[in-house]
Design a binder for this molecule. Structure first.
Ligand SMILES: C[S@@+](CC[C@H](N)C(=O)[O-])C[C@H]1O[C@@H](n2cnc3c(N)ncnc32)[C@H](O)[C@@H]1O
Length: 281
C-alpha cells in the first residue's frame, strides 16, 4: 500500500467513525457467523466475578450466616472442570464453614473424564492470565510424573457427569439450584438454541437464586433476562467485563466471542454487560 493510503487509514483509525465501523462489523458477525462448539477453559478465569460472588452473592443467599442448608450449585458447560474447581477453592477459602455441592455437566465425554480425574500438567494449571504461584500452591498437590492434582478438600464437594443444556428432560431431572453457572457456552450455540438453553437454565434456578452467565450475545442477554424476570447485580460489572476481554483484547470486532469495550451509555447497558443475575422471588 502507498504511504498516502497508510496515512489515511491511520488517520481514520483515530476517529469515531472507525469505532462505529468496528461495532457494525461485530454486530453483523453476531447476527450471521456460524457458531461452533469450543472446548476451552482456564482456572480462575474471571477473578472479579468470584470476588462479587464472595462479597455479594453468598451473603445474599445466606443472609443469616452460612446456615445449615448446603448451597446447591450447578455448573453447565464445565469442560475439564477448571471453573468448578476454581469456584470450590474460593468458597472453601472464604467460607470455611459453608456446606455446598457442585455438579458439573458437559456434552463432551473426554473432558468430563479429565474433570473427574482432577489431574493437570503444570502448563494446563497455569494457563490464563490470573493464575499465580500462590493460587497453584493452594489448589494443587504434586501427583507424580509431572502432574498436579486438585486438593481433596476442593474436589470432594464436586461431581461431574455428561449432560446437555438443550435436553429439557435431563434439565428437569436436576431439580432447582441456588447458583447456576453457564458461561462461555451460549455464544457458541446457534442463536435459537442459545435461547432454548437460556430458558432451560432459568428453569433450574431457584427463586432468589443467582445465575452466572458470562459469554452470551449481549442483545440476547438483555432481552432474555428481561423476559424471564432476572435482575442484574450491579457490582464490579466493568471489572468483570474487562477480565473477560483479556482473551481477545482489541481484536474484539472480528469474532462473535469478542467483547466490545465497556460502556455505561445506551439503553440496557447494565443488562447487556452484567454477568450475574438474580431470579425474582
Ligand atoms: C468454551 S467452553 C467454556 C468452559 C467454561 N464454562 C469456561 O467458561 O471456561 C464451552 C463448553 O461448553 C460445552 N457445551 C457445548 N454445548 C453444550 C451443551 N449443549 N450442553 C452442555 N455443555 C455444552 C462444550 O463442550 C465446552 O466444554
Amino acid at each position: 500500500m502507498s504511504e498516502a493510503v497508510d496515512d489515511r487509514i491511520s488517520a481514520l483509525k483515530q476517529t469515531r467513525l472507525w469505532t462505529e465501523i468496528r461495532k457494525l462489523k461485530h454486530d453483523l458477525i453476531i447476527r450471521f457467523a456460524k457458531r461452533e462448539n469450543r472446548v476451552y477453559t482456564q482456572f480462575y478465569r474471571f477473578p472479579h466475578q468470584l470476588r462479587a460472588l464472595v462479597e455479594r452473592v453468598v451473603p445474599a443467599l445466606r443472609p443469616h450466616g452460612v446456615g445449615a442448608e448446603p448451597l446447591k450449585i450447578l455448573v453447565f458447560a464445565c469442560c475439564s472442570g477448571e471453573e468448578a474447581f476454581s469456584l470450590s477453592y474460593v468458597l472453601r477459602r472464604h467460607f470455611p464453614e459453608l456446606r455446598y455441592s457442585i455438579r458439573g455437566y458437559d456434552i463432551v465425554g473426554d473432558v468430563i473424564e479429565k474433570a473427574k480425574a482432577g489431574l493437570f500438567t503444570l502448563e494446563e494449571a497455569s494457563w490464563g492470565p490470573f493464575v499465580t504461584d500462590e493460587l497453584l500452591g493452594e489448589m494443587f498437590e504434586p501427583a507424580g510424573e509431572g502432574l498436579l492434582r486438585i486438593k481433596a478438600e476442593i474436589r470432594e464437594p464436586i461431581t461431574f457427569a455428561e449432560g446437555n443444556l438443550l435436553d429439557r428432560q435431563f434439565m428437569e431431572s436436576l431439580g432447582q439450584a441456588d447458583m447456576v453457572f453457564a458461561q462461555n457456552v451460549l455464544f457458541h450455540l446457534p442463536r435459537s438454541q442459545a435461547r432454548e438453553a437460556f430458558r432451560n437454565i432459568h428453569h433450574v434456578l431457584t427463586a432468589g437464586g443467582a445465575l452466572f452467565i458470562n459469554g452470551v450475545d449481549t442483545d440476547m442477554r438483555a432481552q432474555m433476562t428481561k423476559q424471564l424476570g432476572l435482575e442484574p447485580l450491579e457490582y464490579l460489572v466493568e471489572e468483570i467485563h474487562n477480565d473477560a476481554r483479556v482473551d481477545r483484547g482489541n481484536a474484539w470486532a472480528g469474532s462473535y466471542v469478542g467483547r466490545k469495550p465497556f460502556t455505561r451509555s445506551g439503553r440496557d447497558w447494565l443488562r447487556r454487560q452484567a454477568t450475574i443475575f438474580y431470579k425474582a422471588r
